[in-house]
Ligand binder design. Structure first.
Ligand code: PLP
Length: 410
């Protein structure tokens, strides 16, 4: 007889411990709680972690992407290529400029934008590409960069899921040479590191970094935040009508504590992913997500240099299981209801943009306009994967999934 767990397992939980509490208390006691020295330290440490020249902290990844598009000079009527398989933020920031999001379908294997379909979507109005590294697995950046370079397009990476992620030996956040480029991270409560709400723009481009820094704080001249400090001055100049997107030192305190344990949290998520792979790979009713760790061949791992050059890693922000619906008597919605009956929280990533009323109405989209995104959406279930989960929690998820499958296989 299966025992359902007695306490609901949330789909996501932040990993907060004494260090966050101590740093928040110190910040509150310091007398400086908005943008200040801790934000600057968080920016420096984050830039060093990913290997980028500049990092600009803001209050969300949405703000980060808005500022990055502003910094590359996006104009009304321009077009930006992105994927339908993403969160609202990726496309809404394009609409802020009255520019057009041009959607390009995904690869079925990894849910990421399909580079082979990008070129057909380019027009004289195209200014940029926003790839999204879904779940924490990098999109095919080499191919995307080559296309962007050939057509003189900027790349703004939506890296909300991709910290820390390696792509061909480089960490997401590092420069892509030869193009205008910035990478945007999220520290929303459910993401791989959190500040409650927060985001970061990372770039090696001095001009993009400077413009983002100014526009994140009302478009006022450099180091505006210092005007109330001992070394600051009351004088400032407004050079453009900017935004109010700055990160607070309270948020940065949380971010610094999170960054210090980012590797440990990532390795715990890798262990959980492997437990899921092992538990589900023999089930014909489900498809486990692509794991770059499994396609680094044995011979490569013998040569450590080569391996370091080619290192691919998955941040495992999400574990996107897929149902083989033709093997099951229930659909995805019912599957999630049954998980809930077992006291397991689950979710769906994502409802493709072209299915939402706003994009349907404005751009007259039909579900089949992006058939791969649509088909994969119908079968996707995201399982809980976060460092706070105990082995017992993981095993409860495994038992629930295997039980539901066993009771509803064709
Ligand atoms: C969470 C998320 C965002 C937005 O991040 P915020 O920090 O909440 O603004 C953007 N893109 C993707 C793919 C996300 O999942």
């Amino acid at each position: 007889m299966l025992m359902t767990r007695s306490v609901f397992l949330p789909f996501a939980l932040p990993d907060i411990d004494q260090n966050e509490h101590d740093l928040i208390r110190q910040t509150l006691d310091s007398g400086w709680i908005t943008t200040g020295p801790l934000v600057r330290r968080f920016e420096r440490e984050f830039a060093a972690f990913v290997g980028a020249k500049h990092a600009v902290a803001v209050n969300s990844c949405t703000a980060a992407m808005h500022l990055a598009l502003e910094a590359i000079g996006l104009q009304r009527g321009d077009e930006v290529i992105t994927t339908p398989y993403t969160f609202a933020a990726t496309a809404e920031v394009i609409r802020y400029f009255d520019a057009k999001p041009v959607l390009v379908d995904i690869c079925a294997e990894d849910f990421n934008i399909d580079p082979e379909r990008i070129e057909a979507a380019i027009t004289p109005r195209t200014r940029a590409i926003i790839p999204v590294h879904i779940a924490g697995l990098a999109a095919r950046l080499d191919e995307i960069r080559e296309i962007a370079s050939r057509h003189q397009l900027a790349i703004i990476e939506d890296a909300a899921h991709a910290f820390p992620t390696h792509y061909k030996g480089r960490m997401i956040g590092q420069a892509l040479p030869g193009i205008q480029h910035a990478v945007c991270f999220s520290f929303y409560a459910t993401k791989t590191i959190t500040t409650g709400e927060g985001g970061m723009i990372v770039t090696d481009d001095d001009q993009i970094a400077e413009r983002c820094r100014i526009m994140a704080l009302h478009g006022i001249s450099r180091d505006a935040w210092k005007r109330y400090t001992a070394e600051g001055s009351w004088y400032y100049e407004i050079i453009a009508p900017g935004y109010k997107y700055n990160m607070t030192d309270i948020a940065a305190a949380i971010g610094l504590a999170q960054l210090a344990k980012a590797e440990r949290m990532a390795s715990r998520r890798r262990v959980i992913a492997q437990m899921y792979h092992d538990a589900f790979s023999d089930l014909p009713e489900v498809q486990i997500p692509l794991d770059p760790a499994s396609y680094c061949s044995e011979s490569e791992s013998q040569e450590s240099n080569l391996q370091e050059n080619k290192r691919q890693s998955h941040a495992w922000h999400l574990y996107m299981l897929r149902l083989n619906l033709e093997q099951l008597t229930i659909d995805r919605g019912r599957f999630i209801e049954l998980l809930k009956a077992h006291n397991i929280g689950a979710s769906v990533h994502f409802i493709p943009l072209h299915l939402h009323p706003y994009y349907r109405e404005v751009y007259k989209y039909q579900p089949q306009d992006f058939p791969i995104a649509y088909q994969q959406y119908l079968r996707e279930v995201s399982l809980p994967i976060y460092s706070k989960m105990s082995d017992e929690d993981v095993n409860d998820v495994i038992t629930a999934v295997r039980t539901i499958v066993a009771q509803h296989r064709r």
